[in-house]
Design a protein around this ligand. Structure first.
Ligand code: NAD
Length: 420
């Protein structure tokens, strides 16, 4: 599929869209049937995933097309409820494809587990003793997860800091673990708990907290793209986007919404692939405040030719094994549609989509505003809420948009008029 085909794709009936994606990804008949079945997650599986299960909750699964990352084109499955975002990613992909798409890099797949120790009078000496025992600590951690080690993962580093707190000095130990294709929370939590008695023995302290940090600064993804000035809409649009982005850098009230827009693309991919949404969101927002003031995760600037250049950098702790990635039937199919071979590749596509969605949102904000593009979709939601369907729904949407009178009361009135 060409990046310019995203509009055509969006206008296809659902079944045809599914057929195109199924063909491109080589989905089996069983897999396409799972995508169409709201109950594909069995009660039994659901009950094994969380506590006190009483049912299941289904969401739409959309697919952004024409996303080019590092020269490869991806179809990107997204599970969530917000209108306009899937097309925003595709439109961003279309604009960025003029210069080869989005280019990304990552810092690897290292997670940090924290062990916090207290009640240590000679806390600075204790800190140094930990480094002296790094080999033994590593051995003990790695012994917890031979499977991870067999895939080339395991503990790769140690850091210790003395941190003042309201209740006294804390010795905070960071166990850095390469979790490879797993998100790694369970893996590193197990290591932190197992190694704590040994850390107590070395330091003479008491271990109070043993858990991973969601501020995964050793698992960063960086993305960049350049949009030709004429594709963005001219010099004044480039300038307005740069100014709108600078506003987000300067003001945390704006930055919160700007970053929410970036996560509008990332979180639905996290959901679709069975990853931990809360972990990714926590990491992103903590990273946005890492220098003391909450700010924008992206930058937008103008190059010497007047083109628009965007970058995005954030932690991306996601996996293609472990957690719910292999339990939820749709998650496995979403990964197959993406065709990613590693957790790092998945993370890179996610961050690329965050940048593309940010681009589309900034362009709309800097020009016609968000609502114009959003309103037809909102009208569709209102018509459906009023009880309309099929052709009647289409007529109601068309009329509400044409008259710029988009509210639930009017949708109900039109539904009554059309005699449905
Ligand atoms: P997991 O324990 O289910 O799977 C990871 C394990 O898979 C590894 O430890 C390894 O033994 C094995 N494995 C097989 N093939 C592998 C490969 N190619 N690369 C790496 N490992 C491979 O899951 P996890 O990834 O350790 O933890 C993720 C889960 O932890 C998520 O469900 C998340 O919600 C949950 N969790 C999150 C937090 C948090 O974010 N604060 C805290 C606790 C638990």
């Amino acid at each position: 599929m060409k990046t310019s085909d995203f509009v055509t794709f969006s206008k296809l009936p659902v079944q045809e869209r599914l057929e195109q994606i199924a063909q491109a990804a080589g989905l089996t008949q069983e897999e396409t049937a799972i995508l169409q079945n709201a109950n594909s997650l069995s009660m039994e599986k659901a009950n094994s995933m969380i506590d006190n299960v009483i049912g299941r909750y289904s969401l739409p699964l959309g697919c952004a097309v024409g996303v080019v990352v590092n020269g490869r084109e991806y179809c990107v499955p997204m599970a969530f409820e917000e209108p306009s975002v899937v097309l925003g990613v595709s439109y961003g992909g279309y604009m960025s494809a003029f210069t080869g798409g989005v280019f990304t890099s990552d810092t690897g797949s290292v997670m940090i587990a924290q062990v916090m120790l207290m009640d240590i009078p000679d806390i600075h000496s204790a800190k140094n003793k930990l480094y002296e025992h790094q080999a033994q600590i590593t051995e003990l951690c790695n012994a917890q997860d031979p499977v991870l080690v067999s895939f080339g993962g395991g503990m790769v580093g140690l850091d210790a800091r003395v941190v003042p707190s309201a209740v006294g000095q804390m010795l905070v130990v960071h166990l850095k673990v390469d979790t490879k294709d797993a998100m790694g929370a369970n893996a590193v939590n197990t290591m932190a708990e197992a190694v704590s008695p040994y850390l107590e023995e070395i330091t003479g302290g008491t271990a109070y907290t043993r858990i991973l940090s969601n501020l995964a600064v050793e698992r960063l993804v960086r993305a960049r793209t350049t949009i030709p000035q004429e594709v963005v809409g001219g010099e004044s649009v480039v300038d307005k986007i740069v100014i709108t982005a600078a506003f987000a850098q300067a003001d945390p009230f704006r930055a919160a919404t700007h970053n929410k827009g970036i996560m509008n693309a990332i979180s639905p991919i996290v959901m679709a692939t069975g990853n931990d949404l809360r972990a990714v969101e926590a990491g992103a927002h903590a990273y946005a405040a890492i220098h003391g003031q909450y700010t924008s995760l992206s930058t937008w600037e103008k190059d010497t030719q007047g083109n628009l250049c965007g970058t995005l950098e954030l932690p991306m702790a996601v996996g293609i094994v472990g957690g719910a990635t292999k339990i939820h039937p749709t998650a496995g199919i979403a990964l197959k549609i993406l065709g990613v071979q590693s957790a790092c590749e998945l993370a890179q596509v996610m961050v690329a989509c965050g940048l593309l969605q940010n681009l589309s949102a900034l362009k709309a904000l800097a020009t016609e505003g968000l609502q114009k593009g959003h309103m037809p979709r909102h009208a569709r939601n209102l018509a459906a809420t009023a009880g309309a369907s099929g052709e009647v729904l289409e007529k109601i949407v068309e009329q509400m948009v044409a008259e710029n009178k988009i509210n639930l009361e009017y949708a109900k009135e039109l539904l009554a008029q059309y005699g449905a």
